[in-house]
Design a protein around this ligand. Structure first.
Ligand code: GLC
Length: 742
C-alpha cells in the first residue's frame, strides 16, 4: 500500500536530524515547522484522530485494544491508548500505525503507573510520609524503567491533589495536606519518571493530575462540587501543579470537579490563561476518563458536540475514551461552532509530545529492552523494602514496647490484614501481582528466631458484625508473650470512588482488638490504611501503634524489619489524624481566627465534646530513640526582601539507637494584610544520628519564600514580624522571631 504522505513523517524526522547538536530553541523551531507541515497534510478527521485516546481491555494473554482497535489505527482515528502494554504487542500496534496508516504517525501508549509498574512501592501518601523526595524519585525511576520495557511511553502520575478530608478515598493517591511537601514530592516524581531525556527509551511522559482542587470535594465525596476561595486555590491547591510544571512535566490531566461553577474540563481560564499563559506549560492536556462527556451531566453542555467544543476551546487536547472529538467535533468545525485552529493547536501539543519521546526518530525505541531483565529485580525489591520502612510512622510507643525481641517465645499474629497479600499493594497497582507481595505473617515468620512460636488468627472481617473469629484470636493471644494486630482497611476502601463517612476501623476490628486486649497479653497494632483513621480507643489503650499505609510488594518484610528492630521507624505524618470524623476538615496550616481555641475559655473556637486538636498532628512520628532540639538560632534578626535567612538548630540523639529524624521548618507571618496560616512548612531535612551524637541542622529561608497573595490577589512580600518554628512535628517545635524589612 503506497502511502502518499509517509514522506511527510520522514520529513519531520529529517528536520529533526538536521539539528543533532542544536540548542533546544533551534531544535524546537525545527520541530514546529516540521509539525506544521505534517498538520498541513492532515485531514480534519486525522487531526481529531490524534486527539482520541481509547482504553485497553484484558485479553487472554494480557492487555489488548478493544475490538476494532486496529481498524481505528489504520484509519488514523486514534492517537493513543491507555491500559495497553506489552513490548511485543505494542510493537505490532506501532507497526500498524507507522506502516499501514496514511500518515504513519506513531501511537502513544499510556497507563496509570502510580507507585510502581510491577515492583509496587508504597502508595503516594506513604511516600510523602517518608519525607524522602530522593526515595520517591528513585521509585518513579524504577517504575519508568519497568513500564517502558513493556512498551509504555506515558504515565498518568503523579497525582498531586492535596486533601484535608480523610473521607475522600483519593487522599491515599496524593501527598497529604501540605502545599510545600506536595510540591517537593510532585517535582521528585516528575524527575523520576521523565529523567533528563524524554527521548531515552527508559523515561516516560509524566502527568500531573487532577488539575485542580479535586481534593476539595464537598463532603469528601469523590467527583463532588468544589467551592473554594481564589485565595485557597492559589495558596493551597495550585502550588504542587506549579512545581510539576517547573519540573518539566509533559502532561496535565484536568479534574472531574467544577470549581465555583466552572467544570475543570471547560475551565479555559485555569488551563489557557494560567497553566499555559502564566506558567508556560507547553505539554499535553489529556482529559480524565470521560471527562469531556461529563460536561453534559455537569449541565454546561447540551450534547456531545457542545461538550467537545467547550473542552477544545478550554484547551483539553486529548479526549480520553468518550470518542466525542472524533464523532461529534468534525460537524462542529464544519458548521463554524468551533474554529479549526483550536484543533490544530491541540494536535500540535500531541505531535510535540511524540516528538519529544523520540517516536518520530524511532517508533520502536520503547520495544528494545528485554522486559524480564529489568522487571521485579532483587535490587528493586530491596529498594521497595527500604522505602516502605522509611514510610512507616510510629504513632505511639509507650514504655518502649517496640522493637520486639526476635527471640520472643510466642507471638500471636492477629487481624484481617495479618496474612493479606493483595492489600499490601494498595490501589492503582498497575501490573503488580498479589503473588509478588509478602504478607505480614510471612514477614514475621522470616524475622523471628527458630525457637519462636508464631500463632495466627484472622479474628475479624472488614465488613459486617461477625465476631465468630474472636475466640481463636483470644486463645492465640492468651498463649502468646505479645499479640501483634494487623488492622485497617483493604485496598478497595480508598482510592477512586471509595469514600467513607466513618474514619473508624471498619467492621468488627475494634471489638476484636478490645477482646484481645482483655486477655492482658501485651498488644501492638500495625495499621494498613488509605486515609487517616480516627483511633481514640487505640490511643488510650494500645501502647504501640505503627502506621504502615499500603507498603507495597515488600510490605510484610518491611513491617517485620521495624517490629523486630532491624531498622527503626522515622516517618512523619503528611496529613493530620483527627479524633473523629466530626472534626473534618482538619489541617495544621489553619488560620488563627478572632477567637483561637483556648482551654477553659468557652467562647473560643472549639468543641464541647472532644478537644479541638488532631489526635496526631501533621509532621508527627516517633523513633526508637529520643531526639532533643536545642539552640534554635538565626543568622540575623532582620532581613531585607532580597536576603536569605540562615536558620540553625542543634539536634541530639539522646537515646541508645541510631535513627533518622525528619527535622521540620515552619514559618508564620505574624501580621499581614490578610489572615495567614498559623504555620506553613517551608523546609525539612531527614538526618541520621548515632546515639549520643548531636549535629547542627541548617536551613536557608529566602525572603521571597515569605511572599503570599495579598488583598488584590497579587504576590506580595510584606515587611513585618515573622516567627520561625523548627522541630519534630508541626506541634513539637522551638520558635524564634525575626523581621522582614522594606
Ligand atoms: C480515572 C482517574 C485518573 C486515571 C484515569 C485513567 O478515572 O480519575 O486518575 O488516570 O481515569 O485510568
Amino acid at each position: 500500500m503506497t502511502r502518499a504522505l509517509l514522506p511527510t513523517a520522514v520529513v519531520l524526522v529529517a528536520a529533526l536530524g538536521a539539528f543533532p547538536g542544536a540548542t533546544p530553541v533551534a531544535a524546537q523551531q525545527a520541530v514546529e515547522p516540521a509539525i506544521d507541515s505534517l498538520l498541513a497534510e492532515m485531514t480534519l478527521e486525522e487531526k481529531l484522530g490524534q486527539l482520541a485516546q481509547y482504553r485497553g481491555r484484558w485479553g487472554d494473554t494480557g492487555p489488548r485494544v478493544e475490538e476494532g482497535g486496529e481498524v481505528q489505527i489504520r484509519a488514523s482515528a486514534v492517537g493513543s491508548f491507555l491500559g495497553v502494554y506489552g513490548a511485543d504487542y505494542t510493537r505490532e500496534l506501532q507497526r500498524v500505525a507507522v506502516e499501514e496508516s496514511r500518515l504513519g504517525i506513531p501511537l502513544l501508549f499510556a497507563h496509570d503507573v502510580i507507585h510502581g509498574f510491577r515492583t509496587i512501592f508504597p502508595m503516594p501518601l506513604a511516600l510523602a510520609a517518608s519525607f524522602d523526595p530522593e526515595g520517591a524519585e528513585r521509585a518513579s525511576r524504577i517504575a519508568a524503567v519497568e513500564a517502558t520495557a513493556h512498551g509504555l511511553h506515558w504515565t498518568f502520575a503523579p497525582m498531586v491533589d492535596l486533601s484535608r478530608d480523610p473521607r475522600w478515598g483519593r487522599i491515599v493517591e496524593g501527598f497529604g495536606e501540605d502545599p510545600y511537601l506536595g510540591s517537593v514530592m510532585a517535582a521528585a516524581h516528575v524527575r523520576g519518571f521523565q529523567g533528563d531525556d524524554l527521548a531515552s527509551p527508559q523515561t516516560m511522559l509524566a502527568t500531573a493530575k487532577h488539575f485542580v482542587a479535586y481534593g476539595g470535594a464537598e463532603g469528601g465525596r469523590d467527583y463532588n462540587t468544589v467551592d473554594i476561595s481564589e485565595r485557597t486555590l492559589w495558596e493551597t491547591y495550585l502550588p504542587p501543579f506549579r512545581a510539576a510544571v517547573e519540573a518539566g512535566v509533559g502532561a496535565i490531566m484536568p479534574a472531574f470537579n467544577e470549581i465555583a461553577g466552572v467544570p475543570m474540563h471547560a475551565h479555559a481560564h485555569l488551563i489557557r490563561d494560567v497553566l499555559r499563559g502564566e506558567w508556560g506549560f507547553d505539554g499535553v492536556v489529556v482529559s480524565d476518563y470521560t471527562g469531556v462527556m461529563e460536561l453534559i451531566p455537569h449541565g454546561v453542555a447540551a450534547d456531545s458536540a457542545a461538550a467537545g467544543v467547550l473542552a477544545l476551546r478550554a484547551g483539553v487536547d486529548i479526549d480520553m475514551v468518550s470518542g466525542i472529538y472524533v464523532n461529534d467535533v468534525p460537524a462542529a468545525v464544519r458548521d463554524g461552532r468551533l474554529d479549526e485552529t483550536a484543533v490544530d493547536e491541540a494536535v500540535r501539543h500531541v505531535l510535540r509530545a511524540k516528538q519529544r519521546l523520540g517516536l518520530f526518530d524511532d517508533p520502536y525505541r520503547y520495544n528494545s529492552v528485554r522486559p524480564e531483565d529489568v522487571t521485579l529485580t532483587d535490587e528493586s525489591r530491596a529498594f521497595a523494602r527500604d522505602l516502605a520502612r522509611r514510610s512507616f510512622v510510629l504513632l505511639k510507643n509507650d514504655g518502649g514496647v517496640l522493637p520486639l525481641s526476635k527471640s520472643v517465645g510466642t507471638v500471636a499474629v492477629i487481624g484481617p490484614l495479618a496474612d493479606a497479600r493483595r492489600t499490601m499493594l494498595g490501589g492503582w497497582a498497575a501490573a503488580g501481582r498479589a503473588e509478588d507481595a509478602v504478607t505480614p505473617l510471612e514477614g514475621v515468620r522470616a524475622a523471628v528466631s527458630a525457637d519462636t512460636r508464631v500463632l495466627h488468627a484472622q479474628g475479624a472481617e472488614f465488613e459486617g458484625e461477625d465476631e465468630s473469629g474472636f475466640e481463636a484470636a483470644v486463645v492465640a493471644a492468651r498463649q502468646a508473650d505479645v499479640a501483634v494486630l494487623f488492622l485497617g482497611e483493604h485496598e478497595e476502601m480508598s482510592s477512586e470512588a471509595n469514600n467513607r463517612t466513618s474514619l473508624d476501623l471498619p467492621g468488627t476490628q475494634e471489638n476484636l482488638l478490645r477482646a484481645v486486649h482483655e486477655t492482658g497479653t501485651p498488644v501492638v497494632v500495625v495499621l494498613f490504611n488509605g486515609r487517616p483513621l480516627a483511633l481514640p480507643w487505640l490511643d488510650e489503650n494500645v501502647p504501640a501503634i505503627l502506621e504502615a499505609w499500603f507498603p507495597g510488594v515488600e510490605g510484610g518484610n518491611a513491617v517485620a524489619d521495624i517490629l523486630f528492630g532491624d531498622h527503626g521507624p522515622a516517618g512523619k505524618l503528611p496529613v493530620s489524624f483527627p479524633r473523629n470524623v466530626g472534626q473534618v476538615p482538619i489541617h495544621y496550616n489553619h488560620k488563627n481566627t478572632g477567637r483561637p481555641p483556648a482551654e477553659g475559655e468557652k467562647y473560643t473556637s472549639k468543641y464541647i465534646d472532644v478537644p479541638w486538636t488532631p489526635l496526631y498532628p501533621f509532621g508527627h512520628g516517633l523513633a526508637y530513640t529520643e531526639f532533643e532540639y536545642s539552640g534554635l538560632r538565626l543568622d540575623a534578626e532582620r532581613i531585607g526582601p532580597a536576603d536569605t535567612l540562615g536558620v540553625e538548630v542543634t539536634v541530639t540523639n539522646a537515646g541508645r539507637r541510631a535513627s533518622d529524624e525528619v527535622v521540620q521548618l515552619y514559618v508564620r507571618d505574624d501580621v499581614a494584610s490578610v489572615t495567614r496560616p498559623v504555620k506553613e512548612l517551608k523546609g525539612f531535612e531527614r538526618v541520621r544520628l548515632e546515639p549520643g551524637k548531636s549535629r547542627t541542622v541548617s536551613f536557608h529561608l529566602p525572603a521571597e519564600s515569605l511572599a503570599y497573595y495579598g488583598l488584590d490577589m497579587e504576590r506580595v512580600l510584606e515587611p513585618g514580624r515573622f516567627t520561625v518554628f523548627v522541630g519534630a512535628s508541626s506541634e513539637d517545635v522551638l520558635e524564634i522571631g525575626f523581621e522582614l524589612t522594606e
